[in-house]
Write a protein that binds this ligand. Sequence first.
Ligand SMILES: Cc1ncc(COP(=O)(O)O)c(C=O)c1O
Length: 276
Amino acid sequence: MWAEFAESYGLVVHRWSTSWEHDASADELAELLDAHPKTRGVTVAYGDTSTGVANDVAGVSRIARQHGALMMVDAVSSLGGMPFLFDEWDVDVAVTASQKCLMSSPGLAWVAMSDRAWSAEKTSRLPRNYWTFVDIKKNISRPRPETPGTPPVQIVLQVAEALRMMHEEGLANVYARHDALSRRAREGTAALGLAPQCETLKHRSTTLSALALPDHVNPKAFRDRIKAQGILTAAGLGRYESHGFRIGHMGDIRMTDVERTLAAVASALRETTAVA
Ligand SMILES: Cc1ncc(COP(=O)(O)O)c(C=O)c1O
């Protein structure tokens, strides 16, 4: 996604760690940046929703810094569910959105920028039009903050409530809950004979589980059976579309929800195996 955005601005993009089966490799990045020393920015997804990996942002960021490149992180499916240390990890740009761990309708996104990123924005010659960070900053820095365009105020209210809920629970407890939910989802699905979609990943996101289905199970029919029990799962992506599915356990999800999902997965597996 980052690569396509950058290419649409005419930037030269060198793709790195593109294998879905492995975590983003800091060593591979170091080699790439040695080979392309003019690289100005490095992008990575913290939690990747397609594979379920949780990349080592701190490790990647260290390499980006050593090579003088800005570190830009997609935290869309991770921020609010997993610890994310913008300052300690020396991140320059982080992006997230309202519809994942922030438990609200889709439609709002946030960007956090370091002083280094602001300096780069000042000197960058890339085209800007409707979306300009400088205008946004000017408007939100007024005594009565505004946005340059019309904001979806209903989502601002939703996210305000979501943040209140998260602070009431306590951020450490929110992270611990996601951790416990993901461990239970993995143990429970493993007990049903389901392997993770990408078995060789070192670190997994606690906000979702991407799982592989046995060859004889048709993913659409399987997910329809789960849906008939009132539970929505997501399809596998890319080459996992034909034999994977994903369980989201981010946001306002409790252990009872995971248990219900595991029971629905078990019965859908039994039914699809019976008709196979
Ligand atoms: C990690 C990650 N990045 C980016 C996106 C794209 O977000 P949107 O659908 O709001 O464009 C998603 C959406 O699922 C995501 O999971």
